[in-house]
Design a protein around this ligand. Structure first.
Ligand SMILES: Nc1ncnc2c1ncn2[C@@H]1O[C@H](COP(=O)(O)OP(=O)(O)OP(=O)(O)O)[C@@H](O)[C@H]1O
Length: 328
């Protein structure tokens, strides 16, 4: 298990405050964060821009020393024994960082493998296997600068697996990828956790991806933990409303006045729009309102064209949370 306790990172910056004077300014990027990742699970780390996600990942991957706090990985103190830890972890960033563009996929992997102490046939076999695994066999000897974004990202995954880490930190792994390529990568990430028993930390601005992949999620704000739970419970806790969308034959003014009064009496909040299809109603209430709405339509023989009950998702929850905390 990876266990971070009371992690703190303050950045100190010097700002000009006169001709010669410089004032020290301290930025509290991460401020007392507790976080755990077990092997075989995918953990999400969410927060608005500047919340402290990248700083946290850099500390977990020992690229950045915390100001205070502890970090242990499978019982080993990561701050005391960073060399022992580096063999057990790796980081994969989205976008186009962390690769040498003039080198081929094979040369990149050979280079990074050597950094982890791999040599000879062990290194060659590991590179061959990873190249095959991420589907780059045919283009393995071409320079990376000629790769598509999806190919570069698959190579990033291979690079992140070169030392066969037990824990992987994925920072925006599907950034800028087309939907089918992103889906393929999500499948790979799931397999790494569920079939290869790796512990995975994921940051992503694609909340559907987080909802689909993560067993539990940490939401941070200004370096503090705001919420830690499963995606389902986060949605249930934050968005209590159920949403019903209905399109029906155009309502007369009299019918609308009657319907609005009935809906108001039941605590159903309604928004009405006239569309080409007919009258569209978006209704929200803190309970499942489908049965009640259908009963009302029977009373006046309204003709329904479409009825969709929408379950709130993680994106709805995060937007609601940000609105409540005035982060938007
Ligand atoms: N090297 C640095 N020096 C000074 N301040 C920094 C440095 N890196 C980050 N910060 C500050 O620390 C805070 C947290 O930044 P961090 O990059 O960890 O946030 P983030 O959640 O990853 O944001 P984003 O989603 O925009 O990538 C921000 O206020 C940022 O300006």
């Amino acid at each position: 298990m990876l266990e971070a306790k009371k992690l703190v990172k303050y950045y100190t910056m010097k700002e000009k405050s006169g001709w010669f004077a410089r004032k020290k300014q301290q930025i509290k990027a991460v401020n007392g964060l507790d976080l755990t990742i077990k092997r075989g699970e995918i953990v999400g780390l969410l927060g608005v821009n500047g919340a402290g996600k990248t700083t946290t990942i850099k500390m977990l991957s020992t690229l950045l020393a915390p100001t205070s706090g502890t970090l242990s990985i499978d019982g080993i103190d990561a701050l005391q024994q960073p060399e022992a830890i580096k063999r057990r972890i790796n980081m994969i960033a989205g976008g186009e960082r962390m690769l040498y563009w003039r080198l081929s996929a094979r040369e990149n992997l050979m280079y990074f493998g050597r950094l982890y102490g791999l040599r000879g046939s062990a290194l060659k076999n590991q590179c061959d296997e990873l190249i095959k695994k991420v589907g780059l066999a045919e283009s393995a000897d071409r320079p990376v600068e000629r790769y598509s974004k999806g190919m570069k990202q698959r190579l990033q995954i291979a690079r992140g697996l070169i030392n066969d880490p037990d824990y992987l930190f994925l920072d925006e792994p599907t950034l800028g990828l087309d939907a089918p390529v992103a889906r393929q990568l999500r499948g790979m990430v799931k397999d790494l956790a569920k079939k290869k028993n790796k512990g995975i930390l994921l940051t992503s601005h694609y909340l559907e991806e987080v909802e689909e992949l993560c067993d539990h999620v940490y939401i941070i704000e200004k370096g503090h933990l705001l919420l830690h739970d499963t995606p389902t419970r986060i949605i249930q806790t934050i968005v209590k409303d159920r949403i019903l969308l209905v399109v029906m034959d155009r309502l007369t003014q009299e019918d609308w006045t009657w319907l609005r009064q009935e809906l108001d009496n039941r605590g159903i909040h309604t928004q009405k729009n006239e569309t080409d299809e007919g009258t569209q109603l978006d209704m929200t209430a803190p309970f499942d309102l489908t049965a009640q709405f259908i009963a009302l339509t029977h009373q006046r023989n309204f003709h329904l064209l479409r009825l969709e009950s929408k379950k709130p998702n993680l994106e709805d929850a995060i937007i609601r949370l940000a609105e409540e905390r005035e982060l938007l």
